[in-house]
Write a protein that binds this ligand. Structure first.
Ligand code: JFZ
Length: 446
């Protein structure tokens, strides 16, 4: 009896190991190029997330909280949703305008939806007509146009690619979402779906030259399915060894992944309730955030975050060593919402002055605290005072050997003390030194 339990345990352990190795790119060793790109990624810190698709036409249908999920949230029958591409004609799309805006905003890369959960390809796909070139009156490959312009202006392009697909007939059995969409197929061949997805990924990796990476999303729809990740990840690394793979599965990174992402959350803070794993110390980190409450274009959502709030999030994020991927949902005419352009320009202006304390830095020796965050570049530490409180802050748990401590803005000396009986530094910030968004102090260490 005992031996039997033991052997059962061993068998299940073996099964577990086996399924795990089937699950991801076990034994993956990143190339030097890939490692260099990870450094590039961390140095460059700030990118634009773009959620754009045929759902943008709907603008959320006048409802708050609805955008790129409208097919599922409003249970639009599949055959009806398929009419949307016929209305998608973004005649005012201008890749040059987008990329110039991105540059002025101080952003260094763009992550755009090549396919979202609705299954519609925003690029020229040969394996399905359900794509922007074949199915819309616009008929142009916006991803291709954007990539050409990105290359011209020195911006990296990443693709957000949804593994979840409410449209494809072989996405069967269905997962947790979109089950009430009328017209979805219930019979199909899962392996054929993965083949299809891998073929589309191959297109994305071979049609547009060198890309930044792939930002996966949607595995959470079918947590127990065989996603054949090992195959998908090796395929990507085979075609483009330098491309960075990340996946929004809300788990610790699987083998083969090159960065870890946090959705609308600072790493480790889990305020959204779905980023409840740890924080990787192996791969670069990135957090993504919306400017209002929506990813895709929503006509009525005017709940815009202030420039101050967004800079604070970027700085705290940098304090954790994470990149900041800030989202916009372009309008169906191809323009970026003017409110978003204004915000991006203001953040860009802030970065023009203070970018030194963000770009090229890594997370501080202590985590962000109430008052703000630390970023570091070599022996220079930037103390970002986001909330000066009553005129002094205490950096708990931080006692470095300091050569000089100066206010970033005017180079004047900062009064610094070690707080008695504690292990923290106390920095005095006179009211006249306080800046509206972020009072930065530059510490040079010995
Ligand atoms: C996902 C997408 O569903 C969403 O549309 C957007 O693209 C965002 C960046 O990523 O958001 C998620 C992912 C997982 C869950 C919820 C939203 N989840 O597990 O509940």
């Amino acid at each position: 009896m005992k031996t039997k339990t033991f052997s059962t345990a061993i068998t299940s352990l073996l099964m577990l190991c086996l399924s795990f190795s089937l699950f991801a790119q076990e034994g993956y060793v990143p190339t030097q190029e890939n490692l260099d790109n990870r450094e590039w990624f961390q140095d460059n810190k700030y990118g634009l997330f773009v959620h754009w698709g045929v759902y943008s036409i709907m603008g959320g249908g006048g409802d708050q909280g609805i955008a790129e999920w409208i097919m599922s949230q409003k249970n639009i029958p599949l055959q009806q949703y398929e009419k949307l591409p016929g209305f998608f004609n973004p005649t005012q799309f201008d890749a040059k305008e987008w990329v110039s805006m991105v540059k002025k905003a101080g952003m260094k890369y763009i992550t755009i939806t090549s396919k979202h959960h609705d299954g519609f390809a925003m690029y020229d796909s040969k394996v399905s007509d359900y794509n922007i070139v074949d199915a819309t009156p616009y008929g142009q490959d916006v991803i291709g146009l954007l990539k050409e312009e990105c290359d011209r202006q020195g911006i990296k392009l990443f693709f957000y690619h949804s593994q979840l697909d409410w449209h494809h007939p072989d996405y069967v059995p269905q997962g947790r979402t979109g089950n009430d969409i009328e017209g979805r197929s219930t019979e199909g061949d899962w392996d054929k779906y993965i083949d299809y997805m891998n073929t589309q990924l191959t297109e994305l990796l071979t049609q547009y030259g060198e890309i930044g990476g792939i930002w996966f999303d949607g595995m959470w729809d079918k947590p127990d399915a065989d996603w054949r990740l090992a195959e998908t990840y090796s395929l990507i690394h085979k075609h483009q060894p330098g491309a960075l793979i990340g996946s929004n599965h809300h788990k610790m990174p699987y083998p083969g992944e090159d960065f870890m992402m946090f959705e609308r959350d600072l790493p480790g803070e889990n305020s959204m309730g779905f980023n409840n794993t740890g924080v990787s110390t192996e791969v670069p980190l990135e957090m993504c955030e919306t400017m209002n409450g929506s990813w895709g274009f929503n006509l009525v959502d005017q709940n815009y975050k202030s420039v101050e709030t967004l800079v604070h999030t970027m700085v705290r994020s940098a304090g954790y060593g994470a990149n900041f991927l800030l989202n916009t949902g372009p309008m169906p005419n191809g323009k970026i919402q003017p409110e978003n352009v204004d915000t991006l320009m203001a953040i860009g202006q802030w970065l023009e002055t203070y970018g030194e304390a963000v770009y090229g830095t890594r997370g501080g020796a202590v985590k962000p605290q109430e008052w703000g965050a630390l970023t570091q570049k070599g022996d220079v530490v930037y103390v970002h005072v986001l909330d000066p409180g009553e005129g002094s802050i205490e950096i708990e748990g931080y006692l470095p050997k300091i050569k000089s401590a100066l206010f970033f803005d005017d180079g004047s000396k900062v009064d610094i003390k070690v707080k008695k009986g504690t292990s923290g530094l106390v920095l005095t910030i006179p009211p006249e030194k306080v800046k509206a968004i972020d009072t930065i102090i530059k510490l040079t260490l010995r």
